[in-house]
Design a protein around this ligand. Sequence first.
Ligand code: PXP
Length: 262
Amino acid sequence: MNPHVFAAVSGPLLGVNIDHIATLRNARGGSHPDPVLAARAAVDGGADIITFHLREDRRHIRDADVQRIKAEIGVALNFEAAVTDEMLGIIEQVQPENVCLVPERRQEITTEGGLDVAGQFHRVQGVCARLAAAGCQVSLFIEASRAQIEASARAGAPCVELHTGAYANACEAGDAALAQHELERLQQGMAAARALGLQTHAGHGLTLSSTGSIAAMPEVSELHIGHALVGHALFVGMEQSVRDFKAAIVRASLARAAAASR
Ligand code: PXP
């Protein structure tokens, strides 16, 4: 197939989030399972990007993991971080290709809700400029709300990652009406972000069955998936799990391209 046609139909890039390998390791202490080994297996399975979240409390990924990921992994890195001076300093030292700014609360089990860009506009605007100067592409992890999308564009972020958690949860709960409502909210958000010149990424809570409808959105250029992909890997292995998620992405993109050409 012509490579341009292939790129158009092969769908969004896949960022594999390896936090949960570190969660398992930390449950016992010691060094197994090794998140860097998992990242390597993910790359062998076709991961385009390795994603990790260095949390303030270091509950999964730790500073030493970040240094090893940077030294040993050959694909682009996506460093998820809260908007804190400590994280900005680490990011400037590590210099990942991509940084995704997320909200963070110590009590939460996982990232809940999106970053309130509109509510802390000047702080986020300053951080976007600082990280751009460090050579990082910044994305802001936000809800698909017009106010947050417009604030992200004004803040100077080149990308937003729209939070797919509510859609994925509705799919898991078997609530088709809510899933459809959330899907439409995401579609409108993607279109609005694109119209403002933003690159659009998506992630959170996606499973093998809910990934396709997000991958089929023509605006989406990257997906970031962790928990369900690592869970699937327990049964089929990391490389195969990545292949299975990539196949779901490619299938959805091919189906969209075929429908568009009819
Ligand atoms: N994107 C962002 C910004 C996240 O914070 C997370 C969770 O760390 C993910 C994607 C991946 O979510 P999940 O682990 O539910 O696939």
